[in-house]
Design a binder for this molecule. Structure first.
Ligand SMILES: CC(C)(COP(=O)(O)OP(=O)(O)OC[C@H]1O[C@@H](n2cnc3c(N)ncnc32)[C@H](O)[C@@H]1OP(=O)(O)O)[C@@H](O)C(=O)NCCC(=O)NCCS
Length: 179
């Protein structure tokens, strides 16, 4: 399903070669820390895993702000590549990539389950996604960083590229990184 949506999006953007970005790969790699196995996967739009990822996004990114997802908030998901780190079938971290043209991708919805934060998982998922995007010839990543997460992205090599602005009711900055 996502494949069909994204092929359409690729032809809409006019980016030849973008189709390879969207192959249905699902399991990208797995690793073990202590006795826990971590699977890094792409998430098919509207799959069972997709809805678990939406729950994770809502728990980490919306509910602490007193917000819930509305239908319109999820409308663009079908055109994005959704990545998740999974332990025992449950997503513990996620991020998604929205192509903004042939060279630039916007990362959004970066979230690590609260009890899994501070263990290097955010760093791992961003680094892997950047590697995948670089291999697909993207040149630049941009994102809207919450002010509270600026330090994380600075450590990942992102630079602040805007004045402060408000999104979902809280301060944000646009940040960019050359791949
Ligand atoms: C921000 C977030 C994605 C970071 O993921 P994480 O797995 O907790 O971060 P990591 O453990 O991989 O940390 C990597 C490095 O960034 C630092 N770091 C992590 N979060 C940070 C923060 N909010 N501010 C400053 N530094 C931070 C860590 O100390 C670590 O530094 P080190 O490499 O020197 O040890 C995660 O905490 C989260 O989901 N927060 C709530 C939602 C959110 O703000 N999402 C981002 C929206 S733009």
């Amino acid at each position: 399903m996502q494949f069909i949506h994204t092929l359409k999006y690729a032809s809409d953007t006019g980016c030849l070669g973008i189709n390879a970005f969207y192959k249905q790969e699902n399991l990208i790699f797995e690793f073990q820390i202590s006795n826990l196995m971590y699977e890094f996967k792409t998430v098919d739009f509207q799959s069972d895993l997709y809805y678990k990822v939406v729950d994770l996004r809502e728990r980490v990114l919306r509910l602490p702000l007193g917000l819930k997802f509305q239908k319109k908030d999820l409308e663009t998901d079908s055109n994005e590549l959704i990545y998740s780190l999974i332990v025992a079938g449950n997503p513990v971290a996620c991020v998604q990539a929205r192509p903004l043209g042939c060279d630039t991708v916007k990362l959004r919805q970066m979230a690590v389950e609260q009890s899994w934060q501070g263990r290097g998982l955010g760093k791992k998922i961003i680094s892997k996604v950047e590697e995948l995007l670089r291999n697909k010839s993207y040149k630049q990543v941009e994102l809207h960083a919450r002010k509270t997460a600026i330090g994380f992205y600075l450590k990942m090599g992102y630079e602040i590229d805007s004045d402060e602005f408000t999104e979902v009711g809280i301060p944000h900055f646009r940040m960019i990184k050359k791949l």
